[in-house]
Structure formats: structure tokens, C-alpha cells
Design a protein around this ligand. Structure first.
Ligand code: SF4
Ligand code: SF4
Length: 324
């Protein structure tokens, strides 16, 4: 297992990226989405709990960028309060909102002032075209000082499985770039990745499998307990996989490609992250680079029965599936 070096930045432990799902539900219902939002009706990360978590985390950890996401984060009416609090506590360098874009016209001035970056995943279901969204967002981005990006998504990839062997699960964990480069923070817990949060639900609702391990608890680190730093270091250096790794293809996908290497390098420097998100030239250049290298990113799979069967096997990179 490769050594997971912890960098220090501003006298705190530096972690490149944190995903913060402010709500878990979504206004779309993409079949079997990566966040399993289609299985969740109503669940939020209460603001008071978020503040308590940020109070502790910001004492010891500094993040490169924070992604406020869902489900669909724009369903959270006071999203700007989460962002402003994270900024007040200097939790991260860049605050990004990742949305499907259906509610962008309802964004409040407070939110537009608070966020640094708005990133829209433009799915085929969306009626507004990219150019219409551009026309709408361009003047607002200038007025409120945020940068925005629209990413056209045509395909979801398969990342869920119920069929990994012990050995494959451990191997996936050991290779998984998410453990080095990112984490997820939700409702009192710090997680190495976003998978533990919904895997029990996915197994139960999709396959009737009731695991005797509650992954939300077992795979996470409770933020509010004593000796956070000691527990954090032990958690981060843990050699044994998470329970959720048994049902996840993400680690097995993390073969060290040129792009993974470049991303990993860039993530190591907060100034690179900041420059990257401020520069449309760099952002689009990187997208082009990914296209050339046919780099698959994460996420999602479809409900098609054939594909679902395929998903139980280790993913075949040549298969990409249309968004439903
Ligand atoms: S893929 Fe995105 S837009 Fe679709 S249901 Fe999941 S969170 Fe919502
Ligand atoms: S559950 Fe998946 S994404 Fe999370 S650490 Fe394990 S292999 Fe990586």
C-alpha cells in the first residue's frame, strides 16, 4: 500500500478536497446515481451540526477546495449560510457549488455572493441549452464575482457492485486516489470518500441485502469525540479497507493514469487549485486533455438490466452508458 503522506499547510493538515452534501435528495431522478439520491426523499445536513463540525475541523485541517453538493445542493435554501460559515472559519481555499443546474435561476444574491465557483453538470434532460445558461450566468458571474463552468454529461459510468472479493476490495482501497485527495463530511462524520454514506441503503433497496455493518458509523470518523487529531491520523493511515469498498469499483478504476498523476500533483498545492478554478483557459484545457486521454471520471450507472449485470463485474472501461 502506497504511503499516504500528509502535507501541512498554514500549520494544519492539508487535504485537497472535501465533498459536503448539504442535502441528500435531488430534484432529478437519474437511475442509480452515484450519490444514490434517487433512493432518498428528504435528508439534510443540519446547519447547526455543520457549524459544530466546521469548528473542530477548521482547527486542524485546511482544504484546497470544498464542494457543496447533494443530491441537489440548490434545494437547500440557506446554502449560502453553509458557505459563509466555512469561509469565516477558513476551512478551504475555494468554495464550489456542484449542481445539475435546474434551479440556477432561483439562486439568491446571497448565494451568488458567497460561492467562488458554480459548476453545472448539464444532463440531457435539461431543456435550457448551454448557450442559454451562459447568457443567464455571464452577467451574474461578473456582478457577484463567481466563476462558472458548464460540463455536458452524456454518460454515466458504473461504479456500484455487490460482487467484489475480499482481495479485490482491499486492492481497490489501496489504490483508491480518493483517500489521498479527498474526503466527505456529513452530519458529524468525516469519511475517506462518499461511498459509506449511502451504501447500506443502496444494498437494501436495490438488492434486499441487509448488511450487519452500519457503514455510516463504522466507515467514518466521528468528528466531535475527543482527541480528534490522533484519531484522524489513525483513521487516515488505516491499512484495512472500508466496509463500503466491498461494493465499490472506484478504487479498482484508479489505475495510475497520466491524468490521475497530474491531478494528484495539482491537488497537492492550494495555489494551483485556486488558479485552476479562476482560469477558464486552464479548466477547459484540462477538459480537453482528459478527452484526448479518454479519461473516465467516477460516476453513476444506469438501470438497464443488462448493464446492471455488467456492473457486478469489474468495470469494463470501454463501456459507457447513456444518462437516463
Ligand atoms: S446524478 Fe446528479 S442530478 Fe442525477 S439524481 Fe444524482 S445527484 Fe441528482
Ligand atoms: S469505498 Fe470506493 S471510493 Fe471509497 S475508499 Fe473504498 S474504493 Fe475508494
Amino acid at each position: 500500500m502506497k504511503e499516504r503522506v500528509m502535507k501541512i499547510e498554514k500549520q494544519k493538515i492539508y487535504i485537497p478536497h472535501a465533498e459536503i452534501p448539504v442535502v441528500e435528495q435531488c430534484n432529478l431522478n437519474c437511475s442509480l446515481c452515484n450519490s444514490h439520491a434517487y433512493l432518498i426523499d428528504n435528508s439534510e445536513y443540519p446547519l447547526e451540526q455543520f457549524k459544530k463540525d466546521v469548528d473542530i475541523l477548521s482547527e486542524y485541517i485546511h482544504f484546497g477546495f470544498l464542494t457543496f453538493m447533494g443530491g441537489e445542493p440548490l434545494l437547500c435554501e440557506n446554502l449560502y449560510e453553509y458557505i459563509n460559515y466555512a469561509k469565516e472559519k477558513q476551512l478551504g481555499e475555494v468554495c464550489r457549488v456542484l449542481t445539475n443546474g435546474f434551479l440556477v435561476r432561483k439562486m439568491s444574491p446571497e448565494l451568488m455572493e458567497a460561492m467562488d465557483v458554480l459548476e453545472i453538470s448539464h444532463y440531457p434532460q435539461m431543456k435550457a441549452t448551454v448557450s442559454e445558461l451562459n447568457d443567464y450566468l455571464e452577467p451574474l458571474s461578473k456582478k457577484y464575482g463567481f466563476t462558472y463552468y458548464i460540463k455536458k454529461i452524456k454518460y454515466f459510468n458504473c461504479i456500484d457492485t455487490v460482487a467484489l472479493s475480499e482481495e479485490a476490495a482491499q486492492q481497490g482501497y489501496e489504490k483508491c486516489s480518493r483517500i489521498t485527495d479527498g474526503c466527505s463530511i456529513f452530519n458529524g462524520y468525516y469519511y475517506k470518500c462518499m461511498r459509506p454514506k449511502t451504501t447500506n441503503l443502496y444494498l437494501e433497496k436495490e438488492y434486499g441485502i441487509i448488511s450487519d455493518v452500519n457503514m455510516r458509523e463504522a466507515d467514518g470518523l466521528k468528528i466531535s469525540e475527543e482527541n480528534f487529531v490522533e484519531r484522524f491520523i489513525a483513521y487516515r493511515n488505516r491499512k484495512e479497507r472500508l466496509e463500503a469498498c466491498k461494493y465499490c469499483l472506484m478504487g479498482l478504476e484508479s489505475e495510475c493514469s497520466a491524468i490521475e498523476g497530474l491531478k494528484h500533483w495539482a491537488y497537492g498545492y492550494p495555489w494551483v487549485i485556486k488558479t485552476f478554478y479562476k482560469s477558464r483557459f486552464l479548466y477547459h484545457g484540462f477538459k480537453m486533455f482528459k478527452k484526448i486521454f479518454q479519461y473516465d471520471e467516477g460516476a453513476h450507472y444506469t438501470s438497464d438490466e443488462y448493464i446492471r449485470t455488467e456492473c457486478h463485474k469489474v468495470r469494463d472501461k470501454s463501456k459507457r452508458h447513456p444518462v437516463l
